[in-house]
Write a protein that binds this ligand. Sequence first.
Ligand code: NAD
Length: 445
Amino acid sequence: ESTFGEVTPRLTVIGTGYLGATHAICMAVQGYEVLGVDVDQSKIDRLTAGEVPFFEPGLPELLTKALTSGRLRFTTSFAEAAEFGDVHFICVGTPQMAGSHAANVSYVFDATRELARHLNRRALVVGKSTVPVGTAADLAELIATTAPAGSEIELAWNPEFLREGFAVEDTMNPDRLVFGVASAWAEEQLRASFAPMIEQGSPVVVTDRMTAELVKVAANSFLATKISYINAMAEVCETIGADVQDLATALAYDSRIGGKFLKPGLGFGGGCLPKDIRAFAHRAGELGVGQAVAFLHEVDAINQRRRTRAVDLVRELVGGDLTGKRVAALGAAFKPNSDDIRDAPALDVASTLHRAGAQVCVFDPAALDNARRAHPELEYGESLLETLRGADAVILLTEWSEFQEIAPEVMGSVVAHRRIVDGRHALDPMAWRAAGWEYRALGRP
Ligand code: NAD
């Protein structure tokens, strides 16, 4: 735990989902007084009882520690939040709008309005949610017209870059902090709110609010583009009979390119990248610069085609017709070490196989409950081996380590046919082929 300078702001975190709960817990562990706020009473009850409502390594232990310290509490009352906090972090969801590529920012506006109504003292409101460029300006206007007369309230933007699965590490020790501010006072409040991270050496970029909003969507667009770039190369490899895995390995040795996010496979999913690149392209169009980011449509299309290709590989492996074939689908979460199934490639592929007539059984070490709720039409295994029993083909969809560690012989002893599609390039083809498996992967001969 660190010490800070003279000013120690009291923090509220509004919206206690993946981002907000992590932020609230980590800030309390760092020594701040924190109040978490959500409109979902059951979420507040669970957090108050010491239960993290989602899977995130390390977070449950820190929640217990923060609650025990007395520095972390949760509430559904905005009045209480307004009275308590000096700095208010807005962390509510900004999902893709139904029937459109635009982001739904209504929760951000609702939360900000509700807070501003009660704010009758000096405070800094800090947007952390990922929003379309220009949202901060509209929110500043909303605050100015909603807050009680005489209250001095400012808005700043502080985009969040945490990765699910590494959320604690990324929050405690961020790669960089971006402060989008309209005054020196706002910058001071933010520096005081992140004092331990700044002391530890996290670089700070101070800029205007609009640039801060843009940093987040620009970063996610770059990452998505990198993944789709190597997956486009996988399409080329598939057609000409080359090996995208070797290609990626060779490219990665160029330090200007680097190996991170250059992994060919089923592509990206989750609650951020897909919706963020769509919302960015949509907003750029509204702002008259749609052409500058038109390539993001292609990035999205390449990503979607990987899912189709994975289904085709299974179909080819079982002889051309999926009807009645038993397929063991390993993975449901959009990535390992997460129970997040938002826009998960794994579940998309599993449900497409199901619609094509296959009898699909899904297993995931953490995301089964979420998957069941979203896709009740699929079958779910209670264990890995039970899921594999009698399978005509296996498809690895999420690269959990327990799927990579199981020996080909062990898996081979329970399936009906030794056929596997490695959707994540997570297995050693030599070892699996040596054990009598027909092994196929995206972009490999
Ligand atoms: P989430 O759906 O897990 O959590 C959102 C929370 O906001 C929910 O608990 C919901 O009940 C609450 N909420 C909704 N309306 C509210 C209101 N009016 N007042 C108070 N609370 C309200 O979403 P998330 O994954 O935590 O994402 C939140 C934001 O952070 C999004 O903009 C997302 O793009 C961004 N983000 C997420 C991640 C991530 O890894 N999850 C990383 C960086 C940025």
